[in-house]
Design a protein around this ligand. Sequence first.
Ligand code: GLU
Length: 374
Amino acid sequence: MKRFARLNTLSVLLLAASLATGVAHAQLAPSASAAPTQAGAPSEARKANIVIIGTGGTIAGAGAAATNTAAYQSAVVPVDKIIASVPEIAKIANVKGEQVFQIGSESFNNERLLKLGKRVSELLRQPDVDGIVITHGTDTIEETAYFLNLTLKSDKPVVVVGSMRPGTALGADGALNLYDAVLVASSPESRGKGTLAVLNDEIHTGRDVTKTNTFKVETFRSPFGPLGYVVEGRTLYFRLPARPHTMQTEWDIDKLDKLPEVAVVYAYGNVNPASVDAAVKNGAKAIVYAATGNGSVGDYMVEPLKAARAKGVQIVRASRTGGGVVIRNAEQPDDKYDWLVTDDQLPQKARILMALALTKTNDTKELQKILWKY
Ligand code: GLU
C-alpha cells in the first residue's frame, strides 16, 4: 500500500485538472493560513494520517447533466479521483485512498460487510494510521455503520460518509461531506465515540443514524439527534453515544468469519404467511418481523411465527413505524411464545444485531439482554 504523502495543493490541483472528472464543488474550506486552532480543528503541527476507503455509492457517482441530482449512475468514480477533486483535504490531513469495492450499497451482503470490516481493522492496527473514512452508498450506510460500531476493536475514529447528489450535479454535497468526514476522523475528540456517520454538516452515531428520504440532502436522522455538527472546519460535539460500542462490545471483527442468516419479514395488511415459511426454508436462524405499530402481529400470522419458533428459528418483533421501542409482552405474549422484541432498533439494524448475537448464544434470555443492551 502507498505510504502517506504530504499532498501539495498545487500538485493536487494539477492532478484534479488532468483527471478532468467534471466534479465541481464550492470553495468552502478555510485556507491553511486562516485555519482555526480551536478544539476540534486540526492544526498544521498535528496533521492526522487518514485512509479513505472507497466502496462506491453516489459519492462516487456521475450524472449525464448537472441538473441530474437524483438520476445518475452510482459507483463509477475511483476513490483517488474523488480525493483529488477536494484539494482542501490536503490542508487538514495526510490522506491516501484505497478502493475496496465499487458498488451501490444495496449490494452489500454479509460477505462484503465482513471483508470491509476486516480491512478497516487491519488498517486501524497500523501505528501510522490515525483514522479511517469510508465512502459508502447512502442506502445501507446505516447498517454498515452499526455493524462496524459493534465489531471494531479500536478507539481510533472511523467515519462513514456518502452523498445524496453525484459530484457532477448542481449543489453536489459529496465534496463538503468528504472534507467534513476527514475533519471528524482527524479530530482527537472523535476518538472513543464508536463508528460515526458524517453527512450534511452533522455527526451521527452509527448506532442510531438512518436514511429517511429518497433524495434530499437532509435525509440522515438520528431519533435522539446528531452527536454534533461540523461547521467552518470545526467538529463540535454536543452528545455522547449512550450504548456500548467498539471496545465495549463482545464482538471482534477479526474473529468473525461468517454471519448467520437473519431474515426480515415486512408486515402489512394481507401479509402472506408464506414469507415466514420461505425464510425458514432458506435457513434463517432468526426472523426479524417488521411488525405494525408496537410490534403487533395479525391473528393469521401468529401460528406461522410460532411454527417457525418451534423449528428453532428465533422470532424478533420489531416495528415498521421507524421509531419507538417495542414493549415485551404487550402486543404479544413473548414469554409464552419464547419470542424476542427489539429495543428501538429499526428492523434492518435489528438484523445486524441479531446476526452478531447469534454468534454468541441461542438462548432467548441472553439474546433479549443483547437486544436491550446495544
Ligand atoms: N443506491 C446507491 C447506493 O446506496 C446510491 C444511493 C446513494 O449513495 O445515495 O450506493
